[in-house]
Design a protein around this ligand. Structure first.
Ligand SMILES: [Zn+2]
Length: 309
């Protein structure tokens, strides 16, 4: 089976207001660039299913899931945190985004798809076991990871997160789960203002100072991430693919460029080829300037498809 591209029109209906950076246009920007670059010709498109309550409950408290569903407005918007709100379509979109990670896991593990890219929103890595926040409602990658472990019976799954913000939600859910290794690189002293002190032995957190640029990132990947990943020997790798560390994106100040996203993806692909037949599930997280988001996501997907040379 070809590498898989998963998305859903429902993900476009969730909106947090016309001025909000986490906007529906993000998905179109990514989709258009993958199309223009010819990358979608080499991918199998699939619609994201709705995650089931049982699947969500692998990563979230049942009470939280019920409360979020109950908060879903019939009209207008409901504020969940200062930056995060629900419209009448948000809950359905969140179910699709988490369902994408579940489907991606299934096709990569059982259909030989190799890699899967989920072009979905809302993003997930700030969603905690018990709480929405930071534009996130369900932790898509954590739901996928627990599905891989609990349903497919894998024993070791890695998560790498290169969004400019620390994946505090993923750490909240996955810390001290010894079946999981989480590697996160993020900008220090930026939302969500944590991650400097890892919450468990299975966390490899690297905080980089603002305006670090490419070299410290690459050095940290080679010195901190890769040895930990090689020692862990993952059977499947998830990527929290956030592109808001790009120098054109004012959400963060790491000063990265497309070549950095291609390079870091190449390192992850090499780990996957060494340990798990190249199996990778990548889910979109941040990235808020349409042009740099689209170019960076395309650079990332191109490497996932093995077309970077
Ligand atoms: Zn981010």
């Amino acid at each position: 089976m070809l590498p898989v591209y998963i998305s859903h029109p429902d993900c476009l209906k969730h909106s947090m207001g016309d001025q909000h950076p986490e906007c529906p246009e993000r998905l179109g920007a990514v989709n258009d660039m993958l199309l223009i670059k010819g990358l979608l010709d080499f991918m199998q498109p699939m619609d994201a299913p709705l995650a089931t309550e049982k699947q969500l409950a692998q990563a979230h408290a049942s009470l939280y899931i019920h409360e979020l569903a109950a908060q879903s407005p019939k009209e207008g918007t409901v504020q969940v945190d200062p930056d995060t709100s629900m419209n009448p379509y948000t809950y359905q979109a969140a179910l699709r985004a988490a369902g994408a990670a579940v489907l991606a896991t299934d096709v990569v593990l059982t259909k030989g798809a190799g890699t899967a890219f989920c072009n979905v929103r809302p993003p997930g890595h700030h969603a905690e076991y018990n709480a929405a926040g930071g534009f996130c409602f369900f932790n898509n990658v954590a739901v996928g990871i627990r599905h891989a472990l609990n349903v497919h019976g894998l024993e070791r799954v890695a998560l790498v997160d290169f969004d400019v913000h620390h994946g505090n939600g993923s750490e909240d859910i996955l810390h001290d789960d010894e079946r999981v290794l989480m590697c996160s690189i993020f900008e220090d002293k930026l939302y969500p203002f944590c991650g400097n002190v890892p919450r468990g032995p299975n966390m490899v957190n690297v905080a980089l100072p603002a305006r670090s640029g490419s070299e410290p990132l690459r050095q940290a990947v080679l010195e901190k991430w890769i040895p930990a990943l090689d020692q862990f020997r993952p059977q499947l790798i998830f990527i929290s693919a956030g592109f808001d560390g790009h120098r054109d994106d004012d959400m963060g100040n790491l000063g990265l460029v497309e070549a950095d996203y291609a390079w870091i993806t190449k390192q992850i692909v090499a780990v996957a080829q060494r340990h798990c037949q190249g199996r990778i599930v990548s889910c979109l997280e941040g990235g808020y300037v349409m042009s740099s988001l689209a170019r960076s996501a395309a650079a990332h997907v191109k490497v996932l498809l093995g077309m970077d040379d």
